[in-house]
Design a protein around this ligand. Structure first.
Ligand SMILES: C[S@@+](CC[C@H](N)C(=O)[O-])C[C@H]1O[C@@H](n2cnc3c(N)ncnc32)[C@H](O)[C@@H]1O
Length: 283
């Protein structure tokens, strides 16, 4: 496997997201093998991500998850979406990768869980999904793939009904600015958004040892202020902003396992955040 290479580029969003989609399509078969899907054969099993997020989200729901309509943006192969279905939600998973949604639908059918799957670029989601939801949810490795947060926040608002709740937990922009290859915490990448993308040539993925044919991807850094202000600007009211010390994937080889998640070694754990969580509502 070759070493990942990265550089800063100026590229139009449509071209960049088309390249990202080819890369994500390639990752699906690898992730179906590496995500531990057999654990879901236990009817009580929930993904670790949803176990954490459901606890954080539930205080904002009047009557818990039973019967709520939940839209999961960037749902990938459906493990988190179907975990919400197991909590009683009526779920719709949204992703631009057709193979990801095929894998999600196959998992749903194997587990006898109801779910709808919609293939669309999340930046066009409102046009592709002609209805609204009680909860719009997205998590863990989502908005770094998006070049336009105002357009993204407008989709979230269009998908929420009045009184609806938006929830995001994602990698913290300060974490993403760190050099994942170094033996100490060293800043390497831009924190601030200049409109330019970070281009990567990397044939590996975060789960499993396989490689992808389409190794070029584009990511965009978004400072925390830009994320919060995109949601406020779209008309949402921020109800919670939280920052976490652990995350569900090994960002750096130096990270250690903590309760099924990953974190910096204990002496560094209070130095930088790993995730942020935002809960916002549509009044
Ligand atoms: C890191 S995964 C999300 C992971 C999810 N938390 C999980 O582990 O199952 C990112 C997902 O975003 C999707 N994605 C990336 N850019 C997108 C876009 N512009 N529109 C829709 N989906 C997109 C990819 O296809 C992929 O399924």
């Amino acid at each position: 496997m070759s070493k990942p290479v990265t550089r800063t580029v100026r590229i139009d969003g449509d071209t960049a997201r088309a390249a990202n989609r080819e890369n994500w399509d390639d990752r699906v078969a690898l992730h179906v093998d590496a995500y531990g899907l057999e654990a879901f054969d236990d009817a009580e099993h929930l993904s670790d991500v949803v176990r954490a997020d459901a606890a954080a989200l539930e205080p904002f729901l009047a009557d818990g998850f039973e019967g709520i309509e939940l839209c999961h943006l960037q749902c990938h192969i459906g493990t988190d979406t179907l975990s919400f279905a197991r909590l009683g939600a009526r779920v719709t998973g949204v992703d631009f990768s057709a193979p990801a949604l095929e894998a999600a639908a196959a998992l749903a059918s194997r587990l006898l869980l109801d779910a709808d799957w919609v293939q669309t670029d999340v930046l066009d989601a409102a046009a592709g999904i002609d209805r609204t939801f009680d909860v719009v949810y997205t998590s863990i490795g989502a908005i770094c793939w998006l070049d336009d947060l105002d357009r993204w926040a407008a989709q979230v608002v269009a998908l929420l009904r009045p009184g609806g709740v938006f929830y995001i937990r994602d990698g913290h922009p300060v974490l993403y600015a760190l050099d994942e290859t170094r033996d100490e915490l060293v800043l390497r990448y831009r924190y601030f958004d200049t409109g330019e993308a970070q281009a990567w040539d990397d044939d590996s993925t975060y789960a499993g040892d396989g490689t992808v044919a389409h190794s070029r991807t584009y990511e965009w850094p978004h400072p925390l202020s830009a994320i919060v202000n995109a949601l406020i600007g779209a008309g949402l009211r921020i109800r919670l902003l939280d920052e976490g010390r652990t995350l569900p994937w090994r960002f750096s080889p130096r990270m250690v396992e903590v309760d099924g998640d990953y974190a910096w070694p204990e002496a560094e754990r209070d130095l930088v955040p790993c995730t942020f969580t935002i809960v916002a509502t549509m009044d």
